[in-house]
Structure formats: structure tokens, C-alpha cells
Design a protein around this ligand. Structure first.
Ligand code: MCA
Ligand code: AMP
Length: 505
């Protein structure tokens, strides 16, 4: 194989007239049509001077063209860097600059700043809009529908995905061809995917879950996807009878259970429901089984590692656990202080090793060294235990992280913005329980002596610099922050105090 990821996931389907994407309007993109468009886009990248290993940043809506751009990058040996469409210009600028992207693909209708950022960096910019139009597709249309696939090895980078950090500075996780391919093939096998499967795809395609888990697994099996531009509960329910598999974050499942039409008849043609990215409550698992007869299969992964563990397809899917290590993946629990491996039943930090584990953080050797051990084990920052039967239980986090509707939010990033506002002495951002999103963001502020911070003004500043899903749902002012003997803010005390600040609806 000259380009393992392309050859196995994409090239293997050359010439096939079978459906790959089933769109909302009833039209179908065949494998051959999709690969043809990908090849045309690969020509655009090559004409634009992109060399193998160069980064291409894309902040675009979920369209077949956006997915073809991913295929084009893999085929041209270019490192794909997808970006959340909710990111503000400030956030976008950081990712583009940090990655040194050589080409930026953006939606001309929603982002105005890219051409000037690109100019400053000597990068090219192309547009790709929500309706598939733009300079990228205009240029692609006149290109040949085949492209000489660029040779790559398993260790070459295929994608750079940013994940926020506890210091507030996002880190680019370097994912190799081998990382992505090994996980896709493993998951397709474990979850028994075949070319007959139809995946109901309602996740965004700028994160691991929607892009690598859902899309790569579909590609590995030569299956097809009902490709929804966004999550829409009524559409999901309406289309379910045409699908066989759904992958979603827990919010998908709690919302489905709230839908009056969602019942066992609707789910009768489905063979698998997968949940991940955030904890699935055992209660949701039980209610879902009661309503549909299906036991949701929960799995556990990270941007840095793709998927690590999964409940079994055929065996016992245990609620409240994330299942067993995937074939080829090692999981161990270690003591936080001594780093010694702990026996079954003991709680410690979760470490993983395997072909799925990333190559390190882009241009951050110290951060890489701090989290990726020399022996290949990655310190996930999650806390848990392995029970007597080998099932992994995630029991907490050793990292200050909030997961809202499956999106990860690092409090530090928000605290930096809050702390910079007039009248604010310091702040602590916490996650509190939220019925729909699992957790939601609360900003706790201490005022400068004698000052009364203007909360509306603070929220305006937050809106200007951070994506909407990171915005605190409430700001509260307190006289001081609780601290322990080491002067560390006790966020657990704040979480307890404000756990009911957002009413359950
Ligand atoms: C949307 N909003 C949110 C979220 N999503 N606020 C907080 N948390 C969220 N997750 C806000 C919008 O900014 C908007 O704010 C309002 O809610 C309505 O927006 P809308 O787009 O209509 O929301 P939605 O369609 O209801 O979205 C909810 C969602 C979505 C479907 C749960 O967030 C989603 O698709 N989440 C999946 C994320 C994901 O793919 N994570 C995987 C990461 P306003 O009203 O103020 O305008 S990969 C990962 O974690 C690892 C590797 C793994 O294991 O998978
Ligand atoms: P990300 O940074 O988006 O890659 O998110 C990775 C984090 O999401 C993990 O470190 C976990 O904390 C969390 N996560 C993913 N899947 C699950 C799950 N099934 N249960 C609990 N937490 C999960």
C-alpha cells in the first residue's frame, strides 16, 4: 500500500456505484462520485502548492464537499485540521497560526477574517459554503476525477485535532495514518459493520466522534450514511426506520427518550446504538432498553487516542461502564503519586497504550513528555477502575474539564477571559449538572475590592472571544473563593454550592 489510510478507507471503493452518502433531499452520493470529487479537490490542493505534510485548516459546515475535502487531504498527503464552526475569529486565529496551516478553507458567508489572517501568514485561502458552493468547488469542478495518490507511511500525520488544555492553551493532537486506520478497522470489526449498514449521522464532522469513529468506520466497511447537516431530533426520528446504526453523545439519547414518537417500532430495524464522548447515565441506559429493547453500547475515547474501550457487541453491555479494552489496546490503572499499576477494583488514573495512541502534541514537546510516557502509555487524565471482569469504569477526572453535550470545555480558557474584565479580581469556572447537556458552565466571580462588576459587559467580552457552547449559562458573584491549605481553589465546594443554580426542566 502506498498510502495506507487512503488505500484502505477510500481507494478500496474506487469505481463502486453503491451509495456512500444519503442526503436529506433523498439524493445519493455514490462512492465513485465521492472519490471523484475528492480527487478533484486533491488537484486543487496540489495546484495551490500544498506539499505532503502541510496542514490544511477547514472551518466549514457539514456537507458532502466538506467530507470530500478530508478525502482529498488524505489522498494528497496533506494534514487535515478540521475546526468547530462555532469558533470565534480569536479562536480561529490561534489554531491557524499555531498549526502554520498552508491553506485555510472557510465559509465566506460566516467568516470574514480569514483572508487577512491567511495573508499575514502567507497561506492560501479558499471558500466552501454551506450549500457546497465556493472557490474550492469552482476550482475542483474543472480538474480530473482521478489523482495520483501520494505515498505515505503509517507514521505520517493524517490529521491535527486541537484539544483544549488545563493551561488555557489548546494543543494540537498529531494523529498518524496508522492511528486512524487501526482504530477504524478495529471498530468496524468489533461492532460488526458490513456494507449493508446505514449509519444515521447527526454528529458534527470536526471532532473525532463524527469524523473518525462514525465516518471512518463506515468507510472501512463500505457502508453508507444518512448524512444530516446537523442534529435535528424530528429528522432523526423520521429517518430511523431507514437506518441500522446510530452513533451519538448521551444528549442524543436523552432527547430521543423525550420524543413522543420514539418507541420500539421505530427502532426495530436498528441493530446498534453507540454512545460516547461523555458519561451515559445508567438510568438513560435502562430507560432506553425498556423503551426499545436495545442496550446502548457505550465506548470510551479521546481526541489523542481515538477509541480505547468498548462494551462488547455480543457480550454483556454493562451500564455505567465503558467496557473492555479494544483488541491491541492496553489499559491500566495507576496510582496518582507512585505511578505503580493498581490491581482490579482500585481507583487511579487511566493510562492507555496501543496503535491508536497519538504521536504527541504539535510543537509542544514538554506537554507531550508530560502526558505521553516514554514506554508509550498515555496518561488520559481520567480516573477509574477496572473491575474483576475487566470492564473499565470512569469515575472522575484528574483534569479540570467540563463536558457539555459532548463538547469539551476547559475552565481555564474561560477564567482567563473573566479575569481580564474590569472589576474582576479572580474567577472560577465550574460545571454543574444539566438535564439535557449533562453538564453546563457557571462562572463564579470575585469582585475587586469596592467594585461591582458589570455582568452584561463581561458576557459581551466572553461572546467576542469564545465559541457559544463555552459561554457560562450563569455568572455569580461571591465574596471569595473557597481554598484548601495549599491555596488551591476547591471547585468541588463550588460545584456543590451551585449544583442547583440551573433549574432542571
Ligand atoms: C449547542 N449549544 C450548546 C451545545 N451545543 N451549548 C452547550 N453545549 C453544547 N454541546 C448551544 C448553541 O450555541 C446555541 O446557543 C444553542 O445551544 C442551540 O444550538 P443548536 O446548534 O441548535 O444546538 P443543538 O443542535 O441542540 O446541539 C446540541 C448537540 C450538539 C446536538 C448535543 O452540541 C452536538 O452535536 N454535540 C456533539 C458534540 C460532539 O460531536 N462531541 C464529540 C467530541 P444559543 O441559543 O445561545 O445560540 S470527540 C470526543 O469527545 C471524544 C474523542 C469521544 O470520545 O468521542
Ligand atoms: P476529547 O478531549 O473531546 O477527546 O474528550 C475526551 C474525554 O471525554 C475523555 O478524556 C473523557 O473524559 C470523556 N469521555 C469520552 N467518552 C466517554 C464516556 N463514554 N464516558 C465518560 N467520559 C467519556
Amino acid at each position: 500500500m502506498i498510502n495506507p489510510l487512503y488505500d484502505r478507507l477510500f481507494g478500496a471503493h474506487a469505481g463502486k456505484d453503491s451509495p456512500f452518502l444519503r442526503l436529506e433531499d433523498g439524493s445519493v452520493v455514490t462512492y465513485a462520485g465521492f472519490l471523484g470529487l475528492g480527487a478533484q479537490m486533491a488537484h486543487v490542493l496540489a495546484h495551490g502548492g500544498l506539499q505532503p505534510g502541510d496542514r490544511l485548516a477547514a472551518q466549514v459546515q457539514k456537507t458532502p464537499e466538506a467530507l470530500a475535502l478530508y478525502a482529498a487531504c488524505v489522498q494528497a498527503g496533506v494534514v487535515f485540521l478540521p475546526l468547530n464552526t462555532a469558533y470565534t475569529t480569536d479562536e480561529l486565529t490561534y489554531f491557524i497560526q499555531d498549526s502554520g496551516a498552508r491553506m485555510i478553507v472557510y465559509d465566506a458567508k460566516s467568516e470574514q477574517a480569514v483572508p487577512s489572517i491567511a495573508n499575514r501568514m502567507g497561506a492560501r485561502s479558499e471558500t466552501l459554503n454551506a450549500d457546497g458552493s465556493g472557490t474550492l468547488t469552482d476550482c475542483a469542478r474543472v480538474m480530473p476525477r482521478s489523482f495520483p495518490t501520494v505515498a505515505r507511511s503509517s507514521d505520517d500525520l493524517a490529521a491535527l485535532l486541537y484539544t483544549s488544555g488545563t493551561t488555557g492553551r489548546s494543543k494540537g493532537a498529531m494523529l498518524s495514518q496508522g492511528n486512524l486506520l487501526s482504530n477504524a478497522v478495529t471498530l468496524a470489526g468489533e461492532w460488526r459493520f458490513t456494507s449493508e449498514d446505514v449509519l444515521l449521522h447527526a454528529l458534527p464532522i470536526f471532532h473525532t466522534h463524527g469524523l473518525f469513529v462514525a465516518t471512518n468506520v463506515t468507510l472501512a466497511a463500505g457502508a453508507s450514511m444518512i448524512f444530516l447537516p446537523r442534529f435535528d431530533l424530528d429528522r432523526l426520528v423520521g429517518l430511523m426506520p431507514q437506518a441500522t446504526v446510530l452513533m451519538g453523545v448521551p444528549t442524543f439519547y436523552t432527547r430521543l427518550l423525550d420524543h413522543p414518537d420514539f418507541d420500539c417500532r421505530l427502532a426495530s430495524g436498528m441493530r446498534l446504538f453507540v454512545s460516547g464522548s461523555a458519561p451515559l447515565m445508567a438510568e438513560t441506559h435502562a430507560r432506553f432498553a425498556e423503551r426499545t429493547g436495545h442496550r446502548i453500547l457505550e465506548r470510551y475515547g479521546m481526541t489523542e487516542t481515538n477509541m480505547n474501550t468498548s462494551n462488547p457487541y455480543a457480550g454483556d453491555r454493562r451500564a455505567g461502564t465503558v467496557g473492555l479494552p479494544l483488541p491491541g489496546v492496553e489499559v491500566k490503572i495507576t496510582d496518582l503519586d507512585t505511578e505503580a499499576t493498581l490491581p482490579a477494583g482500585k481507583v487511579g488514573q487511566i493510562e492507555v497504550r496501543g496503535p491508536n495512541v497519538f504521536k504527541g502534541y504539535w510543537r509542544m514537546p514538554e506537554k507531550t513528555a508530560a502526558e505521553l510516557r516514554a514506554d508509550g502509555f498515555f496518561i488520559t487524565g481520567d480516573l477509574g477502575k477496572i473491575d474483576e471482569d475487566g470492564y473499565l469504569h470512569i469515575l472522575g477526572r484528574n483534569k479540570d474539564l467540563i463536558i457539555s453535550g459532548g463538547y469539551n470545555i476547559y475552565p481555564k480558557e474561560i477564567e482567563l477571559v473573566l479575569d481580564a474584565q474590569p472589576g474582576v479580581l479572580e474567577s472560577a469556572v465550574i460545571g454543574v449538572p444539566h438535564r439535557d447537556l449533562g453538564e453546563t458552565v457557571i462562572g463564579v466571580i470575585v469582585a475587586e475590592p469596592g467594585q461591582l462588576p458589570d455582568l452584561d459587559r463581561i458576557m459581551t467580552a466572553v461572546r467576542a472571544s469564545l465559541a457559544r457552547f463555552k459561554h457560562p449559562k450563569r455568572l455569580v458573584v461571591v465574596p471569595d473563593l473557597p481554598r484548601n491549605a495549599m491555596a488551591k481553589v476547591q471547585k468541588n465546594v463550588l460545584r456543590e454550592e451551585f449544583k442547583e443554580v440551573i433549574p432542571a426542566v
